[in-house]
Design a binder for this molecule. Structure first.
Ligand code: 3B8
Length: 326
């Protein structure tokens, strides 16, 4: 390996590490000036040696040119939607049905915040991000790889060389949403109704440069296709996803029974406005993967998971004070 290649690989490793600290762990470890200096050094070296550029280089986040259309992508494992629960009794019924089907007295669950964004599937081959898609109708989604590459918290490379597909929710933080609408107000463009629509609208842009400016973020919440997988529980999957370098939501909780799930749900009903992002409920999943396999799915939804929906918040949009006096 030439000195140049050594230098390029060293810079890539450093920048990928700093990216992970900043965007995935929200814990910047270098001043921006130092990060920019290293990035500029890598850009210059790659410009001088374009044959050494690889798709997982930190310089390749925004590169692509606008698309004419989004290609279709078939999901090898369908991306189903969740059945809803609206009160505690629904949760107890959900738990009873599962314990009866499994003929067990107690079932462990994982409870997770239900991020109010857009479901996506990300595929990695030989440790490199190769394709990202929307849920679509559950069987066929749209290829939005170029736009997902601009989401800084989506790693372009992971240390799992076996093919793996993961699923998560792309969202726009509340602050970014307010700033975007203020800018659109100034430009006399129509405003987005909520962060979810803003995130969806950003991922539907054919020009990745626009998506790149929208400050999108992601929480990865499940492993999809992973032949090499050996985990016994969903909670092990969540820990593994985090070790691989994915951004997972830190608020998930393993619950020994439905009573603990109900406590968790009730603890979050009044705490959502503390969060930097919108949630519209809590997702509850049977933790043991062998139980998930036994319970399977209906045509539309898994029998081993349910979404407890919070009552819709009275929509208090921050009215942007427009100064008509001028
Ligand atoms: N918005 C979310 O934060 C979120 C969404 C889903 C799903 O839509 C979902 C759909 C399935 F068929 C199975 C598991 C799931 O798990 C999920 N977990 C989450 N945390």
């Amino acid at each position: 390996m030439s000195q140049i290649e050594k230098k390029i690989n060293e810079l890539r490793k450093q920048l990928q590490h700093y990216n992970h600290q900043y965007y995935v762990l929200d814990n910047p470890s270098v001043p921006d000036a130092e990060y920019d200096r290293l990035m500029n050094e890598l850009i210059k070296l790659e410009e001088a040696h374009p044959e050494l550029i690889t798709p997982d280089s930190p310089t390749q986040r925004v590169g692509a040119k606008p698309l004419d259309v989004f290609e279709k992508v078939e999901h090898t494992t369908p991306m189903l939607s969740l059945a809803n629960a609206f009160d505690v009794q629904d949760l107890r019924d959900f738990d009873r049905r599962i314990r009866e089907s499994l003929s067990v007295d107690q079932v462990e669950y994982v409870a997770e915040l239900k991020i109010d964004g857009l479901a996506v599937s990300l595929r990695y081959q030989d440790g490199v991000f190769v394709q990202g898609a929307t849920r679509g109708d559950g069987s066929v989604g749209e290829d939005i790889t170029q736009n997902l590459r601009t989401v800084r918290s989506i790693p372009l490379a992971i240390n799992e060389t076996n093919p793996i597909e993961v699923r998560g929710e792309v969202f726009m933080p509340k602050q970014s949403f307010l700033k975007l609408n203020e800018k659109r107000q100034e430009q006399e463009l129509d405003l987005f109704a909520n962060p979810r629509n803003a995130a969806a609208g950003s991922l539907r842009q054919l020009d990745p440069k626009i998506a790149a400016e929208r400050n999108l973020d992601v929480f990865i919440y499940a492993v999809g296709e992973w032949q090499a997988g050996t985990s016994a529980t969903h909670s092990e999957h969540l820990q593994y996803l985090s070790e691989l370098g994915f951004k997972t939501n830190p608020e998930w909780k393993k619950c020994d029974n439905i009573d603990e799930v109900i406590q968790y749900v009730e603890s979050w009903i009044d705490r959502r406005n503390e969060l930097a992002y919108d949630i519209d409920g809590i997702v509850i999943k049977v933790d043991r993967l062998e139980y998930q396999d036994i319970l399977k799915t209906t045509a539309k939804s898994p029998r081993w998971a349910i979404a407890y929906k919070f009552p819709a918040e009275e929509v208090v949009t921050k009215l942007i004070d427009v100064d008509f006096s001028v």
